[in-house]
Design a protein around this ligand. Structure first.
Ligand SMILES: [Zn+2]
Length: 175
């Protein structure tokens, strides 16, 4: 798709990426304007585990998300590798095979001031969100993810959602 930059009037080619910048002057185009709203959500390992185990505190919320919103959900090959048990829920799986250096180096700082690397599954969700502008958020109980992902990494016109299954259901008016 080609368009004319409103700032420098160059004809530039538009590709479906999170960041659509004019290659000549750096003008930032609205992704939404060309490709519509982001409508998919990434699901972390703990949501599947919560739904699979009846004794888990968040069992009902996780099950509701995976059954009511299956068509909007995506996960990664790294999350599937972490589940390690039979899972009857169906979601689309995106393959993430390489991490950007900025994603590779993300780490938590513990209260003892030690660096603690993110798991490959956590990194894969962040990388998948960067690579796929149709992704509007990450559903996880690992709220630390929120604290380590700078907003410049996942550019999003609407606030990028990072929240629990309960938060997601609340957002959708189910709670
Ligand atoms: Zn321009």
């Amino acid at each position: 798709m080609k368009t004319t930059c409103p700032k420098c009037k160059s004809r530039i080619r538009i590709r479906n990426k999170r960041e659509i910048d004019c290659t000549k002057c750096g003008f930032q185009f609205s992704h939404r304007k060309f490709y519509g709203e982001s409508t998919k959500y990434l699901v972390d390992t703990n949501i599947f585990i919560g739904a699979l185990n009846g004794f888990e505190h968040h069992h009902d919320a996780c099950t509701s998300v995976l059954t009511l919103y299956a068509g909007e959900l995506i996960t990664t090959n790294h999350v599937i590798a972490e589940i390690l048990q039979y899972c009857p829920h169906t979601v689309k799986v995106y393959i993430v095979d390489a991490f950007l250096p900025e994603v590779e180096e993300l780490c938590y700082i513990t209260k003892d001031d030690e660096d603690y690397a993110l798991s490959p599954a956590d990194k894969s969700l962040i990388q998948c969100a960067i690579d796929n502008p149709d992704i509007a958020g990450i559903i996880t109980y690992d709220t630390d993810i929120k604290s380590v992902v700078p907003s410049r990494l996942i550019r999003s016109e609407k606030p990028f959602f990072i929240g629990t299954a309960d938060d997601f259901l609340k957002k959708r008016g189910r709670k």
